[in-house]
Design a protein around this ligand. Structure first.
Ligand code: AMP
Ligand code: TRP
Length: 343
């Protein structure tokens, strides 16, 4: 049986990349699978979070889930720190994963930067906690943006090593679900950098809570180049993806086109045909209108939900109880396999 798990960190300023790369994909999966969607507050504190803002940001991610269309009666929606199994299983995985594996993680290198000695130990073992999130539910499929691929490889390695070490067939080997036309949304200011919450420039990203004027202005100011828009010639031989060399030469142009394709829910091929030879000024007008039409209602619904924290907290509490009912027996079984005495 398939089970879906994914997580989003409550670190503030949810953006278009989070929506197109992850949250929007969560919604459709509800029709066919049992889904768990988690606000990963334990992961958030691997870098400093102001306690008051953390609570508000946790509610913001929950509001984004709901506003995007996650149905808390069909799916289980909760925050990580309310279910103790995540941290407990992560400890066992800290003893399964190898230092050499974690040393290869590019996200740690990026986030720790030059001050590696000063990074929290939590940031280093972050991928082990992520593996625990998923495997505490024996989830089989994980929808994420492209940047999480390496972490999911590690989750697979942990499951395989645990099963081998203890000679059991206990943990599933998970499959990443990376799909849609915008699995890696780039900064609006620099097409070589990923759109990110931590970029100091607010003009680099479209936040899900931005109003129509902000959205339109950010698109108008987005960096482009001097040429007219490319056409379907840019596609690779698969007819679906843009040829890497083309993308490298005009990263901003292809980023905006892929955002359009994703928001319009149409293929890149159709989008390239539609805008072949157009000037950026007219394309940006259409992209701004589409973005406002698609994102505006989500932002408004988020604002409405965030004004009622009691309602959101109730949904998270209920989700945590249901999540706990699944994770607790898995943790008990893990304890038995490892040789811990259960109460
Ligand atoms: P985070 O905010 O780091 O917890 O990310 C939550 C989800 O959004 C993950 O599945 C990420 O892969 C996805 N994501 C974050 N940034 C981007 C981006 N720029 N493009 C596509 N997906 C993204
Ligand atoms: N590391 C993910 C990110 O930054 C968030 C995350 C934590 C996650 N636990 C997870 C994603 C489990 C998928 C499954 O985007």
């Amino acid at each position: 049986m398939s089970r879906i798990f994914s997580g989003v960190q409550p670190t503030g300023d949810l953006h278009l990349g989070n929506y197109l790369g992850a949250i929007r994909n969560f919604v459709g999966l509800q029709d066919d699978f049992e889904c768990l969607y988690c606000v990963v507050d334990l992961h958030a504190i691997t870098v400093w979070q102001d306690p008051e803002k953390l609570a508000a940001n946790t509610r913001e991610v929950a509001a984004a889930f709901l506003a995007a269309g996650i149905d808390p009666t069909r799916s289980i929606m909760f925050n990580q720190s309310q279910v103790p199994a995540h941290a407990e299983l992560a400890w066992i995985f800290n003893c399964v994963a190898r230092v050499g594996w974690l040393n290869r993680m590019t996200q740690f290198k990026e986030k720790a930067g030059k001050h590696r000695e000063n990074a929290s130990v939590g940031l280093y073992v972050y991928p082990n906690l992520m593996a625990a999130d998923i495997l505490a539910y024996k989830a089989t499929h994980v929808p994420v943006g492209e940047d999480q691929k390496q972490h999911l490889e590690l989750t697979r390695d942990i499951a395989i090593k645990f099963n081998n070490d203890f000679d059991v067939e206990f943990l599933p080997v998970v499959e990443p679900l990376i799909f849609g036309e915008a699995t890696r949304v780039m900064s609006l200011r620099d097409g070589s950098k990923k759109m990110s919450k931590s970029d100091p420039s607010d003009y680099s990203r479209i936040n899900l809570t931005d109003g129509p004027d902000d959205i339109a202005q950010k698109i108008r100011k987005a960096r482009t180049d001097a040429d007219a828009l490319p056409g379907p010639d840019a596609l690779a031989s698969d007819g679906r993806h843009v040829e890497a060399a083309h993308e490298k030469a005009r990263p901003e142009a292809y980023n905006l086109l892929s955002i359009y394709a994703a928001l319009a829910e149409q293929s890149m091929a159709v989008t390239l045909e539609q805008f072949e030879g157009a000037q950026f000024s007219s394309f940006k007008g259409e992209l701004a209108d589409l973005s406002v039409a698609k994102l505006g209602p989500i932002g408004e619904e988020m604002q409405r939900l965030m004004a009622d924290p009691g309602h959101v907290d109730g949904i998270l509490r209920d989700g945590a109880a249901r999540a706990n009912a699944i994770a607790e027996p898995v943790l008990r079984e893990a304890h038995e396999i490892v040789g811990f005495l259960n109460p």
